[in-house]
Design a protein around this ligand. Structure first.
Ligand SMILES: NC(=O)c1ccc[n+]([C@@H]2O[C@H](COP(=O)([O-])OP(=O)(O)OC[C@H]3O[C@@H](n4cnc5c(N)ncnc54)[C@H](OP(=O)(O)O)[C@@H]3O)[C@@H](O)[C@H]2O)c1
Length: 317
């Protein structure tokens, strides 16, 4: 009997894994990125690494927006080794600090002639009630406030390149947020996964509002859910969450698979009319019900502008 149960369980697991493999979306676009510049935050591991690697393979100049110099240099060597493309730069950014984001953006604006692709990929989960020196919740700042500020600061450079794109890495968990209280964006909800979901929900509302603001330009923007991917992201998850993750590891995507939707949104031609939409497995999906409140996206934008202390000369949107 026990053997039978084991065989049944094994078969179900393998069948599920095969099903997941079959529905995984792959970016089929052959777009060449020679002469283009792409910036990826959080490229030292996981989804970000495979995104940056793909852009380098396509011939882009790739800027690695890294938290740590040593890891950045190691990533750069790895990408150059795998692609032969030496046009890969490491620049330091700590999304945890608005000063660092401003310094990073200044350096990019001062030294780069163009920016064709911005991928706001870096993200964290866990860390509880930890706050940054800007007095924001750590997870909210790295996942949402930081990318919001960075995008604002790079928008003029993005405008210089024809048809540039901004890809924001969100998550399916955004769909679980129904009660975003704009007065409590920086109040810890008591559970790490709730905070993470809030940050990714904000990323989606940001993308929707950003698309509206960019309508008069040829810049487009997309939010993506990469799938559940085997990466370092879950290192700071503990307790029941950790157990669920460990049990599910077998079913998770690889980082290369997880990068496909980001790459698709960054390079695939013909999706421009879908600016502001959400993508999963390289396909546009219907917006999560909770993200259809356009009034909420508009208000969130305004509140966020105040939280990141956007200066008048930085408001270009
Ligand atoms: N894995 C999944 O199942 C999944 C599902 C949905 C969405 N996502 C999203 O996908 C994105 C990529 O995550 P991943 O799964 O590839 O995880 P990962 O391997 O942990 O990559 C996260 C990256 O973000 C960087 N980072 C962390 N804190 C930072 C900071 N303060 N400033 C700048 N960079 C920072 C990390 O740098 P260091 O390594 O130097 O710390 C790392 O390069 C995240 O936005 C995540 O929320 C992932």
């Amino acid at each position: 009997m026990i053997v039978l149960i084991f065989v049944l369980l094994f078969t179900v697991c393998v069948a599920t894994k095969i099903y997941f493999k079959l529905i995984t979306g792959w970016c089929k676009s052959q777009t060449c990125l020679k002469g283009k510049t792409a910036l990826v935050t959080g490229p030292t591991s996981g989804i970000g690494y495979h995104t940056a690697l793909d852009f380098a393979k396509r011939g882009a100049r790739v800027i690695l927006g890294c938290l740590n110099q040593t890891e950045g240099e190691w990533t750069r060597s790895r990408i150059i080794g795998e692609t032969g493309n030496e046009n890969v730069e490491v620049k330091l950014i700590d999304l945890n600090s608005f000063d660092s984001i401003r310094a990073f953006a200044k350096e990019i604006n001062d030294t780069e002639e163009r920016l064709d692709i911005l991928v706001n990929n870096a993200g964290v989960i866990g860390f509880g009630n930890r706050r940054t020196k800007d007095d924001c919740l750590y997870v909210m700042q790295v996942n949402y406030f930081g990318p919001f500020l960075l995008t604002h600061l790079l928008i003029e450079l993005l405008k210089k390149s024809k048809g540039s794109r901004i890809v924001n890495v969100s998550s399916l968990v955004a769909a679980t947020v129904y009660d975003l209280d704009l007065t409590k964006l920086n109040t810890y909800p008591g559970l790490d996964h709730k905070l993470y979901a809030r940050s990714k929900f904000c990323v989606q509302l940001f993308t929707i509002e950003l698309a509206k603001k960019l309508r008069s330009t040829d810049i487009t923007t997309y939010s993506v859910h990469p799938g559940i991917v085997r990466t370092n992201l879950f290192e700071n998850v503990y307790g029941l969450g950790k157990i669920i993750i460990l049990l599910g590891l077998f079913f998770f995507k690889t980082s290369e698979e997880g990068a496909q939707t980001t790459i698709h949104c960054a390079v695939c031609k013909g999706i421009e009319k879908l600016s502001g939409e959400h993508f999963v497995d390289c396909n546009k999906v219907s917006p999560y019900k909770s993200t259809t409140n356009l009034e909420l996206s508009r208000k969130l934008w305004k509140v966020t502008t105040e939280i990141v202390q956007l200066k008048s000369e930085e408001i270009r949107l």
